[in-house]
Design a binder for this molecule. Structure first.
Ligand code: EPZ
Length: 429
Protein backbone atom coordinates (compact mmCIF):
# COMPACT_ATOMS: atom_id res chain seq x y z
CA UNK A 1 0.00 0.00 0.00
CA UNK A 2 1.28 3.44 -0.90
CA UNK A 3 2.14 5.94 1.80
CA UNK A 4 2.83 9.66 1.88
CA UNK A 5 6.02 11.19 3.28
CA UNK A 6 5.67 14.80 4.52
CA UNK A 7 8.37 17.05 5.93
CA UNK A 8 6.57 19.79 7.80
CA UNK A 9 7.23 23.44 8.55
CA UNK A 10 6.88 25.01 5.11
CA UNK A 11 4.24 27.74 4.67
CA UNK A 12 2.07 26.99 1.64
CA UNK A 13 1.90 29.80 -0.92
CA UNK A 14 0.54 29.98 -4.45
CA UNK A 15 -2.54 28.75 -6.31
CA UNK A 16 -4.46 25.49 -6.18
CA UNK A 17 -7.19 24.53 -8.69
CA UNK A 18 -10.26 23.12 -6.94
CA UNK A 19 -11.62 19.97 -8.62
CA UNK A 20 -15.24 19.09 -9.28
CA UNK A 21 -17.14 17.94 -6.18
CA UNK A 22 -16.97 14.18 -5.51
CA UNK A 23 -20.28 14.22 -3.63
CA UNK A 24 -21.98 16.01 -6.51
CA UNK A 25 -20.43 13.92 -9.30
CA UNK A 26 -21.48 10.58 -7.77
CA UNK A 27 -25.28 11.19 -7.69
CA UNK A 28 -25.03 13.08 -10.99
CA UNK A 29 -23.53 9.99 -12.61
CA UNK A 30 -26.36 7.88 -11.14
CA UNK A 31 -28.89 10.31 -12.67
CA UNK A 32 -27.85 9.04 -16.12
CA UNK A 33 -29.90 5.91 -15.33
CA UNK A 34 -33.09 7.99 -15.48
CA UNK A 35 -33.02 8.53 -19.24
CA UNK A 36 -32.08 6.71 -22.45
CA UNK A 37 -31.06 10.08 -23.86
CA UNK A 38 -27.57 10.32 -22.37
CA UNK A 39 -26.00 12.75 -19.89
CA UNK A 40 -22.79 14.76 -20.34
CA UNK A 41 -21.00 15.87 -17.19
CA UNK A 42 -18.06 18.31 -17.27
CA UNK A 43 -15.56 19.09 -14.51
CA UNK A 44 -15.69 15.49 -13.26
CA UNK A 45 -12.88 14.88 -10.73
CA UNK A 46 -10.36 12.10 -11.25
CA UNK A 47 -10.94 10.00 -8.10
CA UNK A 48 -11.11 6.37 -7.07
CA UNK A 49 -14.76 6.75 -6.05
CA UNK A 50 -15.64 8.10 -9.51
CA UNK A 51 -14.01 5.03 -11.07
CA UNK A 52 -16.00 2.77 -8.72
CA UNK A 53 -19.26 4.47 -9.71
CA UNK A 54 -18.28 4.17 -13.38
CA UNK A 55 -17.73 0.41 -12.92
CA UNK A 56 -21.06 0.08 -11.14
CA UNK A 57 -22.97 1.95 -13.84
CA UNK A 58 -21.16 -0.03 -16.52
CA UNK A 59 -22.54 -3.28 -15.19
CA UNK A 60 -26.05 -1.78 -15.24
CA UNK A 61 -25.50 -1.25 -19.00
CA UNK A 62 -24.50 2.42 -19.00
CA UNK A 63 -22.00 3.22 -21.76
CA UNK A 64 -19.46 5.68 -20.49
CA UNK A 65 -16.86 7.80 -22.28
CA UNK A 66 -14.28 10.06 -20.73
CA UNK A 67 -12.26 12.67 -22.54
CA UNK A 68 -9.24 14.33 -21.05
CA UNK A 69 -8.90 17.58 -19.28
CA UNK A 70 -11.37 20.11 -20.47
CA UNK A 71 -10.88 23.82 -19.96
CA UNK A 72 -14.06 24.83 -18.29
CA UNK A 73 -14.56 28.32 -16.82
CA UNK A 74 -10.98 28.50 -15.67
CA UNK A 75 -10.39 25.05 -14.33
CA UNK A 76 -9.69 21.71 -15.91
CA UNK A 77 -11.96 18.77 -15.29
CA UNK A 78 -12.77 15.73 -17.38
CA UNK A 79 -15.87 15.48 -19.54
CA UNK A 80 -17.84 12.27 -18.99
CA UNK A 81 -20.48 11.06 -21.48
CA UNK A 82 -22.92 8.57 -19.95
CA UNK A 83 -25.70 6.81 -21.84
CA UNK A 84 -28.17 4.32 -20.34
CA UNK A 85 -29.89 3.37 -23.60
CA UNK A 86 -30.91 0.06 -22.05
CA UNK A 87 -30.53 -1.11 -18.46
CA UNK A 88 -29.06 -4.62 -18.72
CA UNK A 89 -28.97 -5.40 -14.99
CA UNK A 90 -30.99 -4.04 -12.06
CA UNK A 91 -28.50 -5.45 -9.52
CA UNK A 92 -25.82 -3.40 -7.76
CA UNK A 93 -23.53 -6.17 -6.46
CA UNK A 94 -22.00 -6.38 -2.99
CA UNK A 95 -18.43 -6.48 -4.26
CA UNK A 96 -18.86 -3.01 -5.76
CA UNK A 97 -21.21 -1.45 -3.20
CA UNK A 98 -18.98 -2.45 -0.27
CA UNK A 99 -16.16 -0.42 -1.84
CA UNK A 100 -18.26 2.72 -1.84
CA UNK A 101 -21.39 3.33 0.21
CA UNK A 102 -22.48 6.12 -2.13
CA UNK A 103 -23.48 3.34 -4.55
CA UNK A 104 -26.82 3.47 -2.73
CA UNK A 105 -27.77 6.41 -4.99
CA UNK A 106 -28.45 4.01 -7.89
CA UNK A 107 -31.41 2.57 -5.96
CA UNK A 108 -33.89 5.38 -6.65
CA UNK A 109 -33.09 5.87 -10.35
CA UNK A 110 -33.04 2.10 -11.12
CA UNK A 111 -36.40 1.62 -9.42
CA UNK A 112 -37.93 4.62 -11.19
CA UNK A 113 -36.60 3.64 -14.62
CA UNK A 114 -37.07 -0.17 -14.50
CA UNK A 115 -39.68 -0.75 -11.81
CA UNK A 116 -37.22 -2.96 -9.93
CA UNK A 117 -33.80 -2.66 -8.23
CA UNK A 118 -31.63 -5.01 -6.24
CA UNK A 119 -28.93 -3.06 -4.39
CA UNK A 120 -26.58 -4.55 -1.83
CA UNK A 121 -27.01 -3.06 1.63
CA UNK A 122 -23.97 -0.76 1.86
CA UNK A 123 -22.97 -1.82 5.36
CA UNK A 124 -21.15 0.44 7.77
CA UNK A 125 -17.78 2.11 7.52
CA UNK A 126 -15.14 3.54 9.87
CA UNK A 127 -17.26 6.59 10.77
CA UNK A 128 -20.51 4.86 11.59
CA UNK A 129 -23.16 2.21 10.91
CA UNK A 130 -24.52 4.33 8.06
CA UNK A 131 -28.08 2.89 7.95
CA UNK A 132 -30.28 3.43 4.88
CA UNK A 133 -33.63 2.84 6.63
CA UNK A 134 -34.88 6.32 5.70
CA UNK A 135 -34.20 5.67 2.00
CA UNK A 136 -36.20 2.41 2.18
CA UNK A 137 -39.13 3.86 4.14
CA UNK A 138 -39.45 6.75 1.69
CA UNK A 139 -39.42 4.43 -1.34
CA UNK A 140 -42.15 2.32 0.30
CA UNK A 141 -44.18 5.51 0.75
CA UNK A 142 -43.77 6.07 -3.01
CA UNK A 143 -45.41 2.68 -3.52
CA UNK A 144 -42.42 0.35 -3.76
CA UNK A 145 -42.49 -3.12 -2.18
CA UNK A 146 -39.10 -3.54 -0.47
CA UNK A 147 -37.71 -6.81 0.88
CA UNK A 148 -34.31 -7.19 2.57
CA UNK A 149 -32.92 -10.58 1.57
CA UNK A 150 -29.39 -12.03 1.62
CA UNK A 151 -27.87 -8.60 2.32
CA UNK A 152 -29.69 -6.96 -0.58
CA UNK A 153 -32.42 -4.34 -0.79
CA UNK A 154 -34.88 -5.78 -3.32
CA UNK A 155 -37.32 -3.05 -4.34
CA UNK A 156 -40.16 -3.52 -6.83
CA UNK A 157 -42.71 -1.09 -8.24
CA UNK A 158 -44.25 -2.99 -11.17
CA UNK A 159 -46.95 -0.35 -11.64
CA UNK A 160 -44.48 2.51 -11.25
CA UNK A 161 -44.04 4.89 -8.30
CA UNK A 162 -46.75 7.27 -7.09
CA UNK A 163 -46.02 10.73 -5.73
CA UNK A 164 -46.73 11.48 -2.05
CA UNK A 165 -45.45 13.56 0.88
CA UNK A 166 -42.18 12.34 2.40
CA UNK A 167 -41.07 13.77 5.74
CA UNK A 168 -37.48 12.87 6.69
CA UNK A 169 -37.11 12.71 10.51
CA UNK A 170 -33.46 13.67 10.07
CA UNK A 171 -31.58 15.30 7.22
CA UNK A 172 -30.12 12.69 4.88
CA UNK A 173 -28.09 13.81 1.86
CA UNK A 174 -28.17 10.65 -0.25
CA UNK A 175 -31.66 9.89 1.07
CA UNK A 176 -32.87 13.20 -0.38
CA UNK A 177 -30.99 12.50 -3.62
CA UNK A 178 -32.45 8.99 -4.01
CA UNK A 179 -36.02 10.17 -3.45
CA UNK A 180 -35.64 13.24 -5.68
CA UNK A 181 -34.47 11.02 -8.56
CA UNK A 182 -37.19 8.41 -7.94
CA UNK A 183 -39.88 11.12 -7.74
CA UNK A 184 -38.73 12.67 -11.02
CA UNK A 185 -40.34 9.70 -12.87
CA UNK A 186 -43.17 8.97 -10.40
CA UNK A 187 -46.83 9.62 -11.22
CA UNK A 188 -48.03 12.88 -9.70
CA UNK A 189 -46.42 15.18 -7.16
CA UNK A 190 -43.93 14.34 -4.39
CA UNK A 191 -43.08 16.73 -1.57
CA UNK A 192 -39.92 16.12 0.44
CA UNK A 193 -40.04 17.83 3.84
CA UNK A 194 -36.78 18.30 5.81
CA UNK A 195 -34.85 17.77 2.58
CA UNK A 196 -31.05 18.12 2.63
CA UNK A 197 -29.89 21.51 1.34
CA UNK A 198 -26.24 20.69 0.62
CA UNK A 199 -24.87 22.35 -2.56
CA UNK A 200 -24.40 18.84 -3.99
CA UNK A 201 -28.14 18.19 -3.59
CA UNK A 202 -28.87 21.52 -5.29
CA UNK A 203 -26.47 20.61 -8.10
CA UNK A 204 -28.31 17.32 -8.68
CA UNK A 205 -31.68 19.09 -8.66
CA UNK A 206 -30.43 21.60 -11.24
CA UNK A 207 -29.18 18.77 -13.45
CA UNK A 208 -32.51 16.91 -13.19
CA UNK A 209 -34.32 20.11 -14.23
CA UNK A 210 -31.97 20.38 -17.23
CA UNK A 211 -33.04 16.80 -18.05
CA UNK A 212 -36.70 17.88 -18.04
CA UNK A 213 -37.67 17.24 -14.42
CA UNK A 214 -39.99 19.66 -12.64
CA UNK A 215 -38.63 20.58 -9.18
CA UNK A 216 -39.59 23.55 -7.01
CA UNK A 217 -37.97 24.75 -3.78
CA UNK A 218 -34.43 23.89 -4.90
CA UNK A 219 -32.01 24.91 -2.14
CA UNK A 220 -34.72 24.87 0.53
CA UNK A 221 -35.67 22.10 2.96
CA UNK A 222 -38.97 21.55 1.13
CA UNK A 223 -38.80 20.15 -2.40
CA UNK A 224 -41.82 19.69 -4.67
CA UNK A 225 -41.27 17.31 -7.59
CA UNK A 226 -43.87 16.78 -10.31
CA UNK A 227 -43.14 13.43 -11.96
CA UNK A 228 -42.65 13.13 -15.75
CA UNK A 229 -43.02 10.13 -18.08
CA UNK A 230 -39.51 10.56 -19.44
CA UNK A 231 -36.40 12.68 -18.96
CA UNK A 232 -34.10 13.70 -21.81
CA UNK A 233 -30.42 14.29 -22.52
CA UNK A 234 -28.61 17.19 -20.86
CA UNK A 235 -25.16 18.64 -20.25
CA UNK A 236 -24.21 19.62 -16.71
CA UNK A 237 -21.14 21.19 -15.14
CA UNK A 238 -20.18 19.69 -11.75
CA UNK A 239 -19.83 22.32 -8.99
CA UNK A 240 -16.42 22.84 -7.36
CA UNK A 241 -15.72 20.69 -4.29
CA UNK A 242 -16.44 22.76 -1.16
CA UNK A 243 -14.85 20.12 1.09
CA UNK A 244 -11.63 20.19 -0.93
CA UNK A 245 -11.79 24.00 -0.81
CA UNK A 246 -12.21 23.96 2.97
CA UNK A 247 -9.42 21.39 3.32
CA UNK A 248 -6.91 23.52 1.39
CA UNK A 249 -8.04 26.64 3.27
CA UNK A 250 -7.06 24.87 6.48
CA UNK A 251 -3.78 23.75 4.89
CA UNK A 252 -2.96 27.42 4.24
CA UNK A 253 -3.96 28.35 7.78
CA UNK A 254 -2.10 25.53 9.57
CA UNK A 255 1.17 26.31 7.73
CA UNK A 256 0.73 30.07 8.14
CA UNK A 257 0.77 30.34 4.37
CA UNK A 258 -1.10 32.42 1.79
CA UNK A 259 -3.01 30.54 -0.92
CA UNK A 260 -5.48 31.25 -3.68
CA UNK A 261 -8.03 28.48 -4.24
CA UNK A 262 -9.03 28.78 -7.90
CA UNK A 263 -12.70 27.95 -8.47
CA UNK A 264 -13.50 27.87 -4.76
CA UNK A 265 -16.94 29.29 -3.93
CA UNK A 266 -17.33 31.27 -0.69
CA UNK A 267 -21.12 30.96 -0.98
CA UNK A 268 -20.79 27.19 -0.32
CA UNK A 269 -18.63 27.75 2.76
CA UNK A 270 -20.22 30.60 4.71
CA UNK A 271 -20.33 28.71 8.02
CA UNK A 272 -16.71 27.60 7.58
CA UNK A 273 -15.58 31.13 6.70
CA UNK A 274 -17.32 32.47 9.81
CA UNK A 275 -15.62 29.94 12.09
CA UNK A 276 -12.23 30.43 10.45
CA UNK A 277 -12.57 34.23 10.79
CA UNK A 278 -13.23 33.73 14.51
CA UNK A 279 -10.07 31.61 14.65
CA UNK A 280 -8.07 34.39 12.96
CA UNK A 281 -8.07 33.10 9.38
CA UNK A 282 -9.30 35.28 6.52
CA UNK A 283 -11.04 33.85 3.42
CA UNK A 284 -11.60 36.61 0.89
CA UNK A 285 -13.12 36.33 -2.56
CA UNK A 286 -10.90 37.02 -5.57
CA UNK A 287 -11.90 37.16 -9.26
CA UNK A 288 -10.74 33.54 -9.64
CA UNK A 289 -11.80 32.08 -6.30
CA UNK A 290 -10.71 32.52 -2.68
CA UNK A 291 -7.55 33.83 -0.96
CA UNK A 292 -6.80 32.31 2.44
CA UNK A 293 -4.22 33.38 5.04
CA UNK A 294 -3.98 34.08 8.73
CA UNK A 295 -5.12 37.57 9.67
CA UNK A 296 -3.94 37.83 13.27
CA UNK A 297 -2.60 34.68 14.89
CA UNK A 298 -4.59 31.46 15.27
CA UNK A 299 -7.03 31.07 18.15
CA UNK A 300 -9.06 28.16 19.48
CA UNK A 301 -12.78 28.31 18.58
CA UNK A 302 -15.75 26.04 19.31
CA UNK A 303 -17.32 24.12 16.41
CA UNK A 304 -20.42 21.94 16.11
CA UNK A 305 -21.05 19.99 12.91
CA UNK A 306 -24.54 20.32 11.42
CA UNK A 307 -26.36 19.66 8.15
CA UNK A 308 -25.90 22.43 5.55
CA UNK A 309 -25.74 25.40 5.91
CA UNK A 310 -24.05 24.53 9.23
CA UNK A 311 -20.41 23.52 9.61
CA UNK A 312 -19.90 20.35 7.51
CA UNK A 313 -19.00 17.09 9.23
CA UNK A 314 -16.65 16.41 6.29
CA UNK A 315 -14.42 19.28 7.50
CA UNK A 316 -14.49 18.36 11.20
CA UNK A 317 -11.27 16.33 11.19
CA UNK A 318 -9.40 18.99 9.22
CA UNK A 319 -10.59 21.72 11.62
CA UNK A 320 -9.40 19.61 14.55
CA UNK A 321 -5.91 19.38 13.04
CA UNK A 322 -5.87 23.17 12.70
CA UNK A 323 -7.02 23.70 16.29
CA UNK A 324 -4.18 21.47 17.55
CA UNK A 325 -1.74 24.35 16.93
CA UNK A 326 -4.04 27.26 17.85
CA UNK A 327 -3.60 29.42 20.94
CA UNK A 328 -6.08 28.41 23.60
CA UNK A 329 -8.74 25.71 23.66
CA UNK A 330 -11.33 24.53 21.17
CA UNK A 331 -14.37 22.29 21.66
CA UNK A 332 -15.42 20.33 18.58
CA UNK A 333 -18.72 18.47 18.68
CA UNK A 334 -19.63 15.91 16.01
CA UNK A 335 -23.43 15.64 15.73
CA UNK A 336 -23.82 13.74 12.42
CA UNK A 337 -21.82 10.50 12.76
CA UNK A 338 -21.27 8.38 15.83
CA UNK A 339 -17.61 7.49 15.30
CA UNK A 340 -15.89 10.31 13.48
CA UNK A 341 -12.95 10.89 15.86
CA UNK A 342 -10.65 8.18 14.46
CA UNK A 343 -8.06 10.89 13.72
CA UNK A 344 -7.74 11.75 17.43
CA UNK A 345 -5.38 8.94 18.53
CA UNK A 346 -3.21 9.59 15.45
CA UNK A 347 -3.06 13.35 16.11
CA UNK A 348 -2.10 12.56 19.70
CA UNK A 349 0.86 10.56 18.36
CA UNK A 350 1.99 13.83 16.78
CA UNK A 351 1.88 15.63 20.13
CA UNK A 352 -1.67 17.02 20.04
CA UNK A 353 -3.48 17.58 23.34
CA UNK A 354 -7.02 16.27 22.77
CA UNK A 355 -9.56 14.86 25.23
CA UNK A 356 -12.72 13.17 23.96
CA UNK A 357 -15.98 13.00 25.91
CA UNK A 358 -18.69 11.21 23.90
CA UNK A 359 -19.44 13.37 20.85
CA UNK A 360 -17.19 16.26 21.91
CA UNK A 361 -13.42 16.70 21.73
CA UNK A 362 -11.57 19.33 23.76
CA UNK A 363 -8.41 20.45 21.97
CA UNK A 364 -5.78 22.46 23.85
CA UNK A 365 -3.42 24.10 21.38
CA UNK A 366 0.27 23.20 21.53
CA UNK A 367 3.12 25.33 20.14
CA UNK A 368 4.31 22.62 17.76
CA UNK A 369 3.33 19.16 16.53
CA UNK A 370 6.03 16.59 15.79
CA UNK A 371 6.14 14.32 12.77
CA UNK A 372 5.39 10.61 13.29
CA UNK A 373 4.27 7.53 11.38
CA UNK A 374 0.43 7.64 11.42
CA UNK A 375 -2.42 5.57 10.02
CA UNK A 376 -5.23 6.83 7.80
CA UNK A 377 -8.61 5.31 8.70
CA UNK A 378 -11.15 7.13 6.56
CA UNK A 379 -11.12 9.76 3.85
CA UNK A 380 -11.36 12.92 5.91
CA UNK A 381 -9.36 11.66 8.91
CA UNK A 382 -6.49 10.85 6.55
CA UNK A 383 -6.39 14.35 5.08
CA UNK A 384 -6.46 15.86 8.58
CA UNK A 385 -3.28 13.88 9.36
CA UNK A 386 -1.71 15.22 6.17
CA UNK A 387 -2.53 18.77 7.32
CA UNK A 388 -0.95 18.06 10.73
CA UNK A 389 2.12 16.67 8.95
CA UNK A 390 2.43 19.87 6.88
CA UNK A 391 2.70 21.88 10.10
CA UNK A 392 4.65 19.39 12.22
CA UNK A 393 8.36 19.57 12.89
CA UNK A 394 10.13 16.69 11.20
CA UNK A 395 8.84 13.87 9.04
CA UNK A 396 5.39 12.30 9.00
CA UNK A 397 4.67 9.05 7.18
CA UNK A 398 0.97 8.68 6.41
CA UNK A 399 0.07 5.05 5.77
CA UNK A 400 -2.93 3.54 3.90
CA UNK A 401 -3.39 6.58 1.69
CA UNK A 402 -5.83 4.74 -0.57
CA UNK A 403 -8.37 6.47 1.68
CA UNK A 404 -7.04 9.82 0.42
CA UNK A 405 -7.21 8.79 -3.23
CA UNK A 406 -10.95 8.22 -2.88
CA UNK A 407 -11.67 11.90 -2.37
CA UNK A 408 -8.67 14.07 -3.26
CA UNK A 409 -7.37 14.45 -6.79
CA UNK A 410 -3.54 14.54 -7.05
CA UNK A 411 -3.25 15.83 -3.46
CA UNK A 412 0.53 15.62 -3.23
CA UNK A 413 0.99 17.35 -6.61
CA UNK A 414 -1.32 20.21 -5.64
CA UNK A 415 0.38 20.69 -2.26
CA UNK A 416 3.95 20.31 -3.62
CA UNK A 417 3.18 23.02 -6.20
CA UNK A 418 2.55 25.35 -3.24
CA UNK A 419 5.82 24.56 -1.54
CA UNK A 420 4.99 21.51 0.57
CA UNK A 421 7.74 18.94 1.01
CA UNK A 422 5.52 15.93 0.28
CA UNK A 423 5.92 12.80 -1.82
CA UNK A 424 4.03 9.60 -2.48
CA UNK A 425 6.01 6.49 -1.59
CA UNK A 426 4.85 3.66 -3.82
CA UNK A 427 4.83 0.29 -2.14
CA UNK A 428 7.24 -2.11 -3.84
CA UNK A 429 5.18 -4.23 -6.22
C1 EPZ B 1 -23.35 12.11 2.59
O1 EPZ B 1 -23.40 10.83 3.17
C2 EPZ B 1 -21.91 12.31 2.12
N1 EPZ B 1 -21.59 11.32 1.09
C3 EPZ B 1 -20.95 12.19 3.30
O2 EPZ B 1 -19.63 12.44 2.83
C4 EPZ B 1 -21.32 13.25 4.33
O3 EPZ B 1 -20.49 13.13 5.46
C5 EPZ B 1 -22.79 13.07 4.74
O4 EPZ B 1 -23.65 13.12 3.57
C6 EPZ B 1 -23.26 14.16 5.70
O5 EPZ B 1 -23.11 15.41 5.09
C7 EPZ B 1 -22.03 11.52 -0.17
O6 EPZ B 1 -22.71 12.49 -0.47
C8 EPZ B 1 -21.65 10.49 -1.18
P1 EPZ B 1 -26.57 11.17 5.51
P2 EPZ B 1 -24.83 10.16 3.53
O7 EPZ B 1 -27.57 10.22 4.95
O8 EPZ B 1 -25.87 10.63 2.59
C9 EPZ B 1 -28.23 8.99 9.40
C10 EPZ B 1 -17.33 12.03 2.54
O9 EPZ B 1 -16.41 12.07 3.35
N2 EPZ B 1 -29.08 8.22 8.48
O10 EPZ B 1 -26.78 12.64 5.28
O11 EPZ B 1 -24.62 8.70 3.69
C11 EPZ B 1 -26.75 8.68 9.21
O12 EPZ B 1 -26.40 7.55 9.98
C12 EPZ B 1 -18.65 11.39 2.94
O13 EPZ B 1 -17.30 12.51 1.38
C13 EPZ B 1 -29.98 7.29 9.01
O14 EPZ B 1 -30.06 7.09 10.22
O15 EPZ B 1 -25.13 10.80 4.97
C14 EPZ B 1 -26.09 9.93 9.72
O16 EPZ B 1 -26.03 9.88 11.13
C15 EPZ B 1 -18.58 10.77 4.32
N3 EPZ B 1 -30.76 6.58 8.15
C16 EPZ B 1 -27.06 11.04 9.32
O17 EPZ B 1 -28.32 10.38 9.07
C17 EPZ B 1 -30.71 6.76 6.79
O18 EPZ B 1 -31.47 6.10 6.05
C18 EPZ B 1 -26.67 11.80 8.05
O19 EPZ B 1 -26.39 10.84 7.06
C19 EPZ B 1 -29.79 7.70 6.28
C20 EPZ B 1 -28.99 8.43 7.14
Amino acid sequence: MDSMRIKGGKPLTGKIHISGAKNAALPLMAASLLTDGGLTLSNVPHLADIATMANLLGQHGVSLGLNGDHKNNGHTGRVMELKAEKITSITAPYELVRKMRASIVVLGPLLARCGEAKVSLPGGCAIGTRPVDLHIKALEQLGAEVVLENGYIHARAPKGLKGTQIVFPMVTVTGTENIMMAAALAKGETTIVNAAREPEVVDLANCLVAMGAEIEGIGSDKLRITGKDKLHAAHHDVIPDRIETGTFAMAAAITNGDMELIGGKLAHLNSVARILAEAGVSMEETPQGLRVRRANGLHGVDVMTEPYPGFPTDLQAQMMALMCVAQGASMITETIFENRFMHVPELRRMGANITVHNASAMIRGVPQLTGAPVMATDLRASVSLALAGLAAQGETILNRIYHLDRGYERLEEKLAACGADIERVREAA
